[in-house]
Every structure is written in structure tokens, then in C-alpha cells.
Design a protein around this ligand. Structure first.
Ligand code: PGA
Length: 263
């Protein structure tokens, strides 16, 4: 049975102490689920050293929220792959909606980061998603295809082992977000999977496509039921370890049932 991918980006919400407490509680609560899930947490840069120290036996993968593509040089305010390597980071998140829309990163910059992350042995987690305006203009599929094609344009297509894609429609994220319906998510995941197949051919089958954007206790089971949803990327509903554990435990049986049904 394939493992369920489930993770959270804690954005700019937790101090070092809060991150340590969150991780150790989550680690204890989910210990018995280790064989069924790939669990990851992406906290702020300043917490990463302590975050890695808190986790025993890689029970929870730790990711960074961003990364510079270059190893060294005149990039004030940036963090290099070598610095993240030194801490033992597992995942590098690239192109989160807030990086694209608040900090104006574009697909070409994300492409440099994706290829640098792979070269340095990290799992890149590429986030993609259309804005409300793009959705209303009927160009969502084109936008998603472009984000994937350009985002992976600098990657050696035959040398791809670990990549994660998260579909996070911009209009569905955050306090003012409106959760996407499960049928809409399934339709977009199908487009994403077809595009990944074009890019990576048969290897694409190993790329999990996660959904994120206002995932919560009410909608998570319906979302994970969808055939093309391989996992969930959760924000606010995961920032309390008990709540996140409840959410994971309620989607896991649905995930397993889907696996049994689909063989
Ligand atoms: P949200 O955040 O679940 O709070 O909407 C999702 C995200 O930004 O990844």
C-alpha cells in the first residue's frame, strides 16, 4: 500500500520553542502511524536546527520554506542549499503561493530552485495554483501546465527520484480562502498528472500530487477520497498537533479504503 503524504507549512507562525513543542507532541501522537504515512513539517528557517534535533529516526521529515538556488555569493537575506544541507533538511518547498504573490517570484526563479534542490539531494516540493482571476477567465489548466513545464524545465528528466507537487489554488488558501470542492480538485489533479506524464514519462507515476488550501476536519475525507489526490498539504488546521493528529487519523482509513479499491 502506498503511503499517504501529509504535511504542514507553519508559515511565519511559530518560534523555536513553539516549533519544538509542536513537533514533539506530533511525533508522539503519530508514532503508531509511521508505516502508513509520510509526514512532513515545514517550519521557519530559524527553527530548523532545533526541529531536526527534535525528530527521532526521521519519523517526521523536515522542510525549509524556501531556498536560494546559488551556493554562495552576493544574495543578502537568502539561505543557500549548503546551509540547509548542513542542518540535514529533507524537503525544500518551492513556489508557495505567498512566495509567488507576496514576494513576486516567477516560474523561472522556481525552476532554478527546483533544479538546485535536486542537485543538492533535497526533495523539492513544488507548489502550483491559479489565482481567482485566472480561474474566472477559464485559464486555470494553462496556468497549471505552465507552472509545471517551466518549473521542471531545468531538471534532468531521467534522474528524478523524489519530487512532490502540491496543488494549492491561490483563492483557496488562508483566512480569506474558499475551500475548493473535491470534484474541482480531482479535475485539476488530473490535468497536473497528465502534464507530469508529458514531462517525466513513466517516472511521473512516482510523483505524489498533494492538495492544499483550507483543508480542514470537515473536507479532508472527501478530498482524500478522490482518485488523483495522493496526499494533503495543510495550513491552519495542522498548527495544533492534536488537531493535526485527529485530521490524519480520520483521513487514513479513507486513504486505505481507496487503495484497496484501486488495487
Ligand atoms: P491553509 O494554508 O490550509 O491555512 O489555507 C494552506 C497553505 O498555504 O499551504
Amino acid at each position: 500500500m502506498k503511503k499517504l503524504y501529509i504535511g504542514t507549512n507553519t508559515k511565519m507562525t511559530k518560534t523555536i520553542q513553539e516549533t519544538k513543542e509542536f513537533l514533539s507532541t506530533l511525533q508522539t501522537l503519530t508514532a503508531s502511524l509511521k508505516d502508513d504515512i509520510t509526514l512532513f513539517v515545514i517550519p521557519s528557517y530559524t527553527t530548523l536546527v532545533e526541529a531536526k534535533k527534535t525528530i527521532v529516526n526521521d519519523a517526521i521529515l523536515i522542510g525549509s520554506q524556501n531556498m536560494c538556488w546559488a551556493e554562495r555569493g552576493q544574495y543578502t537575506g537568502e539561505i543557500s542549499p549548503l546551509m540547509l544541507k548542513e542542518i540535514g533538511i529533507d524537503i525544500v518547498m518551492i513556489g508557495h503561493s505567498e512566495r509567488r504573490h507576496v514576494f513576486l517570484e516567477d516560474d523561472n526563479v522556481e525552476a532554478l530552485k527546483v533544479s538546485s534542490a535536486i542537485e543538492h539531494g533535497f526533495i523539492p516540493l513544488l507548489c502550483i495554483g491559479e489565482t481567482k482571476e485566472e480561474k474566472d477567465s477559464g485559464i486555470s489548466n494553462e496556468i497549471l501546465r505552465k507552472q509545471l513545464i517551466v518549473g521542471f524545465s531545468k531538471v534532468n528528466k531521467n534522474n528524478v527520484k523524489n519530487i512532490i507537487v502540491a496543488y494549492e489554488p491561490v483563492w483557496a488558501i488562508g483566512v480569506n480562502g474558499e475551500p475548493a470542492s473535491s470534484s474541482y480538485v480531482e479535475a485539476k489533479h488530473k490535468v497536473i498528472k497528465a502534464t507530469l506524464k508529458e514531462i517525466f514519462k513513466d517516472i511521473s507515476i512516482n510523483i505524489p500530487v498533494l492538495y492544499g488550501g483550507s483543508v480542514n476536519l470537515e473536507n479532508s475525507k472527501e478530498l482524500i477520497k478522490q482518485d488523483s489526490v495522493d496526499g494533503l498539504f495543510v495550513g491552519r488546521s495542522a498548527w495544533d498537533a492534536n488537531n493535526f493528529n485527529t485530521l490524519i487519523r480520520q483521513v487514513l482509513p479513507v486513504w486505505k479504503e481507496k487503495g484497496n479499491k484501486n488495487g
